[in-house]
Design a protein around this ligand. Sequence first.
Ligand code: CP
Length: 338
Amino acid sequence: MKQFLSLRDLSSAEIDSLLANAKGLETNADRSRLEGKVLGLLFMNPSVRTLASFQSAMARLGGSSFVIAPGQNSWDMEWRRDCTMDGDAAEHFKEAIPVLEEYCDALALRCFAAGDHLDEDLCDPIINTVASLSKKPLINLESAMDHPCQALADWKTMDDLGIGRGKTKFVLSWADHPKALPLAVPVATLDMALRRGMDVTILTPRGFELPQSVMASAAVLAAGTGSVLHETNDQSEAMDGAQILYAKSWQSTVAYGDPEYEAELRACARQEDWQVRESWFDVALSDARLMHCLPVRRNVVVADEVLDGRRSVVTLQARNRLYTQMSVLCHLFPENQE
Ligand code: CP
């Protein structure tokens, strides 16, 4: 494994190997495994879990890391080609990426979608630009359309709980939020759930269905794994027999880049009540679980009664970020490589 940009790039055997190694690292980590290695963490957007867990992972394996947050602790940076840099950005990725790679052994990047043009964001332009400039292992810390670190941790979380393989009903649901959030987590979660062979229902209010191209790829994947893929706007229909509810808010794809239309659609959704409450689980399996990648706005996205109740596994998901990322780092730096 030379890069970690998407679970889509990995074979089933590679994913199984990452997960098996992560399990071992929970109880037995070689504290000098990455001695002398440096990870460069480039954050174009904020983070708690991704930043803290990667720094902790490097430290626990004997390596170290540095953090660059353009506009916060460093120069604003530009990534677009052929632009005139007369705005806030003082540095271009064309210089910054090779320079940073002189100081580290692997680079990791967080670069959210701009949220203005769906076609452009679907191409994941920033991570692909950096991949084209990078000569060292590159890790995706959440790009416009993918969050493989979260997806891998979520995969392990379901394995730990002994749920979510085969004919398990997995509901990926839109939930309320005051802001238009990126599509990276729902797209990565959909892919992960199908790859595990689960039956996936996508639950959204009207106007928040996932992009057609994402659904087309998902349909191909579902056909390959024998999964059932279903979309609905009906909460009861979706939750009937559900084992897992994965809640997440995301930007409307029909109102993409149009804040007024987006606000209209959200106001309509609010009338139907898209905050996850315990009553959602009335028709689910009795031991159904709630998953969310965090951060989560309490009593907006998910009610206290669910987050504080027996169903919530959000802390376990966050905990698993550490071990799955330690595993990714070990795979990027094989022991016999010099
Ligand atoms: N889930 C996740 O990536 O959390 P952060 O945005 O805090 O890193």
